[in-house]
Ligand binder design. Structure first.
Ligand code: ATP
Length: 263
């Protein structure tokens, strides 16, 4: 299958002005990575390293201090409708039903052909496993079901790039794995337009299970410390292989961090 660069993060740095100290702190330094079409990439790193900051820059919500991010050849300077995001805390509107939550992102895109949109939403609700829950409110749903709504809402706008901000970390392990697997199945069966997926997570085994490429962020300021290509097709990865790769990445990460600290 022919691959092309969809997203290019080119030597991106980000500083924040810390109000108390009134000085700027460099969080990310010269981070470069690429996402090709048909790729699932993960960005992993410890808490506070700057993963969400990087994802928010990719989404165009905040701007890099230095460097450039291009999506489909265009500089990202603002949120782009062709990217959508799924959040760790689901970010559902409690006063809207499942169906209304899913419709939310689509509302500004609605055209006169509402029947078409209704049919699209029905299809999405079926695909994502929410059939029968269309009129439920978020408080009536389990965490896993809430996140299915989060995914459906992100997918309703038919994004080319799906950005996942720790979407499984508020779920128990098995529920998170099942949701991840369902997403992969839908993606691989080309049920959506989505060209690529970027996941940020601190869960290394989750990244190994799902990704084609893993970027490890570390250090202060954070840089890409290592990149791993996972060549075994996702459906052929055994639990043993996933465990072994997870251990190898964890050990390397510890060695790198010790080296950085001069231990
Ligand atoms: N708007 C902001 N202003 C100042 N500092 C910020 C801002 N946003 C993030 N930071 C700081 O940048 C650093 C990285 O935060 P970020 O949320 O990107 O980390 P993370 O790796 O996603 O962490 P976690 O896994 O805990 O969510 C933190 O020290 C955070 O306090």
């Amino acid at each position: 299958m022919k691959k092309a660069v969809l997203l290019d993060v080119d030597h991106v740095s980000k500083s924040f002005i810390l109000s108390k100290q009134r000085q700027s702190e460099l969080i990310l330094e010269a981070v470069s990575l690429q996402v090709q079409t048909h790729q699932f990439i993960s960005i992993i790193g410890s808490s506070g390293v700057g993963k969400s900051t990087l994802l928010r820059m990719i989404a165009g919500i905040i701007q890099p201090s230095y460097g450039a991010i291009t999506f489909d050849g265009n500089l990202v300077t603002a949120p782009d409708r062709r990217m959508s995001m799924v959040f760790q805390n689901f970010a559902l509107f409690p006063w809207l039903t499942v169906r209304q939550n899913i419709m939310f992102g689509l509302e500004s895109q609605l055209n006169s052909d509402c029947q078409y949109v209704d049919a699209q939403i029905d299809n999405l609700i079926n695909l994502i496993g929410l059939k029968g829950l269309e009129n439920a409110y978020p408080y009536e749903l389990s965490g896993g079901m809430k996140q299915r709504v989060g995914f459906a809402r992100a997918l309703a706008v038919e994004p080319e790039l799906l950005l996942l901000d720790e979407p499984f970390s508020a779920l128990d392990v098995l529920t998170g794995q099942r949701l991840g697997q369902d997403l992969i199945t839908l993606w691989e069966r080309r049920k959506f337009k989505m060209q690529a997926i970027v996941l940020i997570t601190h869960n290394i085994s989750e990244a190994v299970r799902l990704s084609d490429v893993i970027y490890v962020l570390g250090g202060q300021p954070a840089q890409i410390m290592n990149t791993y290509q996972i060549k075994t097709p996702r459906n052929q990865r055994t639990e043993q292989q996933i465990w072994a790769k997870t251990m190898a990445i964890t050990d390397q990460f510890k060695r790198d961090m010790n080296e950085m600290r001069g231990d």
